[in-house]
Design a binder for this molecule. Structure first.
Ligand SMILES: *Cc1c(COP(=O)(O)O)cnc(C)c1O
Length: 396
C-alpha cells in the first residue's frame, strides 16, 4: 500500500530516524579497546531514565519477558512466596511465569480495568508477620487494559507493614513515557524493554536493579546461567559483556536515550499525557468508554476502548489494517473482541495521533458502530489546540 503505515499498537512503537540511522552501522568488534568509552556512559545514562542513582542497569539481549525471568532467577529460591495481582494479559503472564519457575504466587485477582488493589496488598502484608513474601510484583502499566497503577502507594503499604520483601515492577510499557522513580519509590527490580518507550526494535530487556536485590542474589537458589546478574556485572564493570552483545541495538539505545534526555523526561511525560488526553476526549465524543474503570488508572501510553455489545473488536482491528493501513491493538484474552487499543507512546505528536483517531472513526463507521463522523477527531483537535507546543518544536 502506498503511504505511511499507521503504527498505533502499544509496542513495537515507531522508531525515530535518528535511532534507525544510529543502528545502520558496519559490524563492530565487541572486544575493541575503545568500546568501554561507549558502553560505560551508556549504562549511566540509561540509569537516569529509571531515575536511579543507586541502582545498576542490565541490558540482556531478549524481549521484555526475559527481563521478568532475570528478575526472579537472580533473587528468589524454589518455593519462595510472592504477592502479585492479576488484572490483564501481562500481569497474568508474569504470574504464570512465577508458577512455572516453581515460585509460590499468592495471586490477587481483580476485574480487568482496575489497578493494583493497594488496600488488599496492605492487609496481606500486615498479616504476613513471618515475612513469607519474598517479593511483591506489580505491573506499572497493564498494556492489555490501559491501566496505570500507583507504585508509590504500594511502597507506602510495604513500609507501613515494615515488610522487607523486594518490590519488582514491570514498567515495560511505562518507562520513558510515564513518570517512574526507581530510587524514590524504593523499587528493587524494574523491568523494561526496548520496543516501547525506548522507541527501538524489540530485542533488549532493560533492567535496573537495587543494591538490596543484588545482595539477595547470594541466597537465591533458582538455577540461572544466561541471565545471571553476576556474570553480567563482572564484565559490564569494565564496559564489556559475558557474551556477544547486540552492538547495533546498543548504538540505537544511545540515540534513543539522547532523544529522551534532550527532550527532558518531564517534557516526555507531559507530551504523553497531552497526546493521551486528546485520545480520551475523542473516546468520550464517540460516546464510548475506556476499559480502565476510573480516571486515576488512565494510562498515558495506551487506551483500551470498549466497543458496543454486538460488535467484534477483532474484526474492527482487521478492517482498519487491511482497508486503511492502520495498525491498532487487539483485545487480549478476557477482553478479546470487546476492546480495541490505541497505543500512544514513543515517537509521536498530535498530528500522528489524529491519524489514528480518524482511521479508527472510519473503521468503526464501516463496521456499523454508531459514532458520528469527525466527532472524536474534533474533540481531540480542540483539546490539542489549547495545549502548549512541545519544547522540542518550539526550539526548532
Ligand atoms: C510488552 C510488555 C511486556 C513484554 O513483552 P515482550 O513481548 O516480551 O517484550 C511485559 N509487560 C508489559 C506490561 C508489556 O506491555
Amino acid at each position: 500500500m502506498p503511504g505511511t503505515k499507521g503504527l498505533f499498537i502499544p509496542g513495537p512503537t515507531n522508531v525515530p530516524q535518528a535511532v534507525r540511522l544510529a543502528m545502520d552501522i558496519a559490524m563492530e568488534d565487541q572486544r575493541a579497546p575503545d568500546l568501554p568509552a561507549f558502553t560505560l556512559p551508556l549504562f549511566e545514562d540509561v540509569k537516569k531514565v529509571f531515575k536511579s542513582r543507586d541502582g545498576q542497569v542490565f541490558l540482556f539481549p531478549s524481549s521484555g519477558t526475559g527481563g521478568w525471568e532475570a528478575a526472579m532467577l537472580n533473587t528468589l529460591s524454589p518455593g519462595d512466596r510472592v504477592l502479585i495481582t492479576r488484572f490483564g494479559q501481562f500481569s497474568l503472564l508474569w504470574a504464570d511465569m512465577c508458577q512455572r519457575l516453581g515460585i509460590e504466587a499468592d495471586i490477587v485477582d481483580v476485574p480487568w480495568g482496575e489497578g493494583v488493589p493497594v488496600e488488599t496488598f496492605a492487609e496481606k502484608l500486615k498479616a504476613d508477620r513471618g515475612h513469607s513474601y519474598k517479593a511483591v510484583l506489580v505491573t506499572h502499566n497493564e498494556t492489555a487494559t490501559g491501566v496505570t497503577s500507583d507504585i508509590a502507594a504500594v511502597r507506602r503499604a510495604m513500609d507501613e507493614a515494615h515488610h522487607p520483601a523486594l518490590l519488582f515492577v514491570d514498567a515495560v510499557s511505562s518507562l520513558a513515557s510515564i513518570d517512574f522513580r526507581m530510587d524514590e519509590w524504593g523499587v528493587d527490580v524494574c523491568v523494561s524493554g526496548s520496543q516501547k518507550g525506548f522507541m527501538m526494535p524489540a530485542g533488549l530487556a532493560i533492567l535496573c536493579v537495587s543494591q538490596k536485590a543484588l545482595a539477595a542474589r547470594k541466597q537465591a537458589s533458582l538455577k540461572r546461567c544466561y541471565f545471571d546478574f553476576e556474570d553480567m556485572a563482572r564484565t559490564n564493570k569494565d564496559g564489556f559483556f559475558p557474551y556477544t552483545p547486540p552492538l547495533h541495538m546498543l548504538r540505537g539505545l544511545r540515540a534513543a536515550v539522547d532523544l529522551l534526555l534532550d527532550e527532558g523526561l518531564d517534557n516526555v511525560f507531559a507530551r504523553h499525557y497531552r497526546l493521551a488526553e486528546g485520545v480520551r476526549r475523542a473516546v468520550s465524543a464517540w460516546g464510548l468508554r475506556l476499559c480502565a474503570k476510573d480516571p486515576k488508572w488512565h494510562s498515558d501510553t495506551v487506551s483500551a476502548i470498549l466497543i458496543p455489545e454486538g460488535f467484534d473488536s477483532a474484526a474492527l482491528v482487521r478492517h482498519a489494517c487491511t482497508r486503511y493501513n492502520l495498525s491498532l491493538g487487539m483485545g487480549l484474552n478476557k477482553v478479546a473482541g470487546k476492546v480495541f487499543r490505541i497505543g500512544h507512546l514513543g515517537d509521536l505528536n498530535e498530528i500522528m495521533c489524529l491519524t489514528a483517531l480518524a482511521g479508527s472513526e472510519m473503521a468503526m463507521r464501516d463496521m456499523g458502530i454508531p459514532v458520528v463522523a469527525g466527532s472524536g477527531v474534533a474533540a481531540a483537535i480542540e483539546f490539542y489546540r489549547t495545549q502548549t507546543a512541545t519544547p522540542a518544536l518550539k526550539a526548532a
